[in-house]
Design a protein around this ligand. Structure first.
Ligand SMILES: O=C1O[C@H](COP(=O)(O)O)[C@@H](O)[C@H](O)[C@H]1O
Length: 231
C-alpha cells in the first residue's frame, strides 16, 4: 500500500501539524464511541509533538495512551519511554489521560510482556498509532536481527506485547506485535531529517523485510500509512 506524505518546513511545523491531525482523530473517536486510544513511540523525535499534542483541547479523560514499544527499564530510568511520555505528553491539558504502561515490575521481561498484553487487551485496533523509525529501518522494536522479529512481524501472531532483543536495541524491549498496530484508524510514521528520508526511500525499494522491518508496515499494513516528515 502506498503511503501519503505530509511534508512540513521544519520540526515545529511538523509537530503542530501532526498534533492537529492526531487530536482531530481522537476527538472523532470520542464523538463516535465515547473513548479514544493512541499508541505512541519513544525515541528523540516525538518530544516536540508530545508537547504540542498535550496543549490540544480534548476530553482527555476519555483518551487512553500507551506505547508502541518500551525498554525493559522502570519509569525512573532516563531510558524509559514511559518517562518521556509522562514528562512531555501527560501534562498541560492531557494530564487527565489514562496511561497504560508496557513496563511492569516482574522477574523477567517475558513476565512483564504478559502483564502488558493483559493490561492492553481490547485497546487494539487503536484509533491512532504513531510510529517512529530508526536509521537501521526498525520501527516499534522490530529490529533487524531481533530475536523474535519473525514472530513480531507475522500477521498470524496475535495482538499483544512480546519481548525483543537485538544488537541495536540496548536493553531488552517490550513491543506490540505487527498485528496490534497495522490496522489503526490513523496510522502514522513520524520522521524528521534528510537521513531518515533516505532510509525511508531505501525501505521503499525491493528487499527483505527482515533487513528493514519498517517494510512490513509499508507493504502490509491494512490501514493507509500517513508519513509526517520535515527536514
Ligand atoms: O528505539 C527506538 O527508536 C525509534 C526511533 O527513535 P528516534 O530517536 O530516532 O526518534 C522509536 O520509534 C522507537 O519507539 C524507540 O523505541
Amino acid at each position: 500500500m502506498s503511503a501519503t506524505q505530509h511534508i512540513f518546513d521544519d520540526g515545529n511545523a511538523l509537530a503542530e501539524g501532526l498534533a492537529d491531525a492526531v487530536s482531530s482523530r481522537l476527538a472523532a473517536a470520542i464523538e463516535t464511541h465515547g473513548a479514544a486510544s493512541i499508541a505512541v513511540s519513544g525515541g528523540s523525535t516525538p518530544k516536540v509533538f508530545f508537547r504540542a499534542l498535550s496543549q490540544r483541547e480534548l476530553d482527555w479523560a476519555k483518551v487512553t495512551v500507551t506505547l508502541v514499544d518500551e525498554r525493559f527499564v522502570p519509569p525512573e530510568s532516563d531510558r524509559s519511554n514511559h518517562a518521556l511520555v509522562a514528562a512531555n505528553l501527560l501534562t498541560n491539558r492531557a494530564t487527565a489521560a489514562n496511561f497504560v504502561p508496557l513496563y511492569h515490575e516482574a522477574a523477567t521481561a517475558d513476565d512483564a510482556s504478559a502483564l502488558a498484553s493483559a493490561a492492553t487487551t481490547g485497546l487494539a485496533p487503536f484509533d491512532v498509532v504513531v510510529l517512529g523509525m530508526g536509521t537501521d529501518g526498525h520501527t516499534a522494536s522490530f529490529f533487524p536481527g531481533g530475536t523474535r522479529l519473525k514472530e513480531a512481524l507475522d500477521p498470524a501472531t496475535p495482538r499483544g506485547v512480546i519481548t525483543m532483543e537485538a544488537d541495536g536495541a540496548g536493553e531488552t524491549r517490550l513491543t506490540f506485535t505487527f498485528s496490534s498496530l497495522h490496522d489503526a484508524g490513523f496510522l502514522v510514521l513520524h520522521i524528521e531529517g534528510n537521513g531518515k528520508k533516505e532510509v525511508l526511500a531505501q525501505a521503499e525499494l525491493p528487499g527483505d523485510e527482515a533487513e528493514m522491518p519498517i517494510r512490513a508496515i509499508l507493504r502490509r499494513a491494512a490501514s493507509p500509512l500517513q508519513v509526517y516528515w520535515a527536514p
